[in-house]
Ligand binder design. Structure first.
Ligand code: ZN
Length: 276
């Protein structure tokens, strides 16, 4: 009887589900040549220039979730406004990972700027996760003044509103409530109204922080300088410190536009490195 009881009880012991784990990749879909470093790092010498990497990040889960952090861009006007080189559509740049655009389940949007939100329409099935304050501000009040929507494309706003009417937007409220196993959403360093960054549990057992533009370059981290484009420099520095504390190692804080990312990690293909 006692044996039977033990067997019955064992059957009901709660085994907590393991947090989902992801393989994390940086995918370079373009370069913008000759970009002023003073627009990336507060106080940098105005003569410095850099060919910056334009990147989307891919999170491949073990349970079928295929998420992007940010979606890149493709609209025509940016090819004349900036010196864009080596461009492939973000939806095609992920092909070497065996991912078709319609298989992308989620986009974790760090912020609404054109070079990150401009490719959402390339991924028709994806649910977009964005900070509620970011969504509300850039679909509303930001357009009441000429000076409060720099870098935001009206067509991207329309795509976001449309996707919300399709039931495919999740509004993230700060750091809490909204959760996906193995993923953390974190309030960013005021790169935009309410930018966010993402932490990821990897299959290798580490925590990777995908900063996107809340940190532009490794130099921001190494010299503890705020990004040049932030609504609050102190908040940006505090956020950089937070990223360091969340990541398993400093090298696992991945900045948004640094071409060195593609030298520091192992290559899967010419445009893709695995973050580990
Ligand atoms: Zn950017």
């Amino acid at each position: 009887m006692r044996t039977l009881l033990a067997v019955v009880m064992a059957a009901f012991v709660f085994i907590p589900p393991e947090a989902e784990k992801f393989d994390v990749y940086a995918v370079r879909f373009a370069t913008i040549a000759n970009f002023p470093v003073s627009s990336l790092i507060s106080g940098a010498d105005r003569s410095r220039r850099l060919d910056i990497a334009m990147t989307v990040w891919v999170l491949k889960g073990v349970n079928g979730r295929v998420a992007l952090v940010d979606a890149g861009f493709h609209r025509d006007q940016y090819f004349t406004a900036f010196a864009v080189k080596d461009f492939v559509l973000p939806s095609e740049a992920i092909a070497p990972l065996g991912i078709k655009p319609e298989e992308v389940t989620d986009i974790f949007l760090s912020h609404m700027h054109w070079d990150h939100a401009g490719g959402i329409d390339l991924f028709p099935a994806a649910r977009v996760w964005v900070q509620q304050d970011e969504f509300e501000y850039y679909t509303g009040e930001a357009w009441q003044s000429k000076n409060t929507h720099g870098g935001i494309d009206a067509d991207d706003v329309l795509e976001m509103v449309k996707r919300n009417t399709m039931g495919r937007v999740t509004l993230v409220r700060g750091e809490d409530e909204t959760s996906i196993s193995g993923i953390g959403f974190h309030v960013g360093g005021k790169h935009t109204w309410q930018s966010q960054f993402v932490s990821v549990q990897t299959r290798a057992g580490s925590t990777v922080v995908l900063a996107s533009d809340n940190v532009y370059l490794y130099e921001n981290l190494d010299t503890h300088k705020p990004i040049a484009q932030t609504l609050n420099a102190d908040s940006n520095l505090r956020t950089q410190d937070r990223m360091r504390s969340l990541a398993s190692a400093l090298k696992l804080v991945v900045p948004g536009h640094d071409p060195a990312v593609f030298d520091r990690f192992p290559h899967i293909s010419d445009r893709i490195v695995k973050i580990e």
